[in-house]
Design a protein around this ligand. Structure first.
Ligand code: HQG
Length: 182
């Protein structure tokens, strides 16, 4: 695994799924103190040379997705959380249409139940088809791209939250807002 990917995966694990492992606590927005995270990462993973803020910023700058944010000496994951205790994200009005890339084998269940957060806190949606395709490929080499009628969902009171510029989050999404390909 490339060093950048290794650092990114460890950060995702700590900030989305298991801050406890590093003795870290997330605030309600998912932020934790960056110097505490660096100390814990260097203690647990023995990075050589030691991991620094500058190295994390380099990983973030070179990444294919905007996964983390650093602000005022703190760092958070922008989406993807599974920890108990819901993380608050900024609520906003999404584009009229969003996309979700998923696996063919999930279709019967999604047609029946709609999109559910599954192991995460929110359903994740993409602003564009290439992004949805990339997300879907993690589950299926020929992913299905679902088109989401967010305009109607917003009109019906479903709340959407900002992940990053290409990722939106929402609570469960009933099948009536999902356009299934033939
Ligand atoms: C599916 C990555 C059966 C859902 C990505 C998905 C994303 C259902 C899978 C972010 C279902 C969950 C999240 C239902 C939903 N029945 N299956 N009713 N409802 N599903 O990984 O959206 O690279 O938790 O379609 O880029 O694939 O890690 O969610 O296939 O932005 O930064 O259950 O994670 O970002 O899979 O991906 P996931 P996701 P990173």
């Amino acid at each position: 695994m490339k060093p950048d990917v290794y650092i990114s995966k460890k950060l995702s694990y700590a900030l989305r799924h298991n801050p406890d492992k590093y003795g870290l606590q997330l605030d309600q927005y998912g932020y934790t103190d960056l110097s505490q995270l660096l100390a814990a990462f260097n203690r647990v993973h023995h990075f050589n040379p030691p991991l620094t803020q500058a190295r994390i910023e380099q990983v973030m700058a070179h990444a294919n997705k905007e996964r983390f944010r650093i602000k005022d000496g703190k760092i958070c994951a922008l989406y993807g959380h599974s920890i108990p205790g819901i993380i608050s994200h900024h609520q906003a009005t999404p584009p009229a249409v969003l996309y979700h890339g998923t696996a063919r084998r999930f279709m019967p269940s999604i047609k029946k139940l709609g999109l559910l957060p599954m192991k995460r806190q929110y359903v994740h949606l993409s602003t564009d088809v290439p992004m949805a395709t990339e997300v879907g490929r993690r589950h299926d080499n020929r992913p299905v791209i679902l088109q989401i009628n967010t305009k109607q969902a917003v009109a019906d009171g479903i709340k959407f939250y900002v992940g990053n510029g290409r990722v939106w989050l929402c609570d469960e999404l009933p099948p009536r807002y999902i356009q299934f390909p033939n």
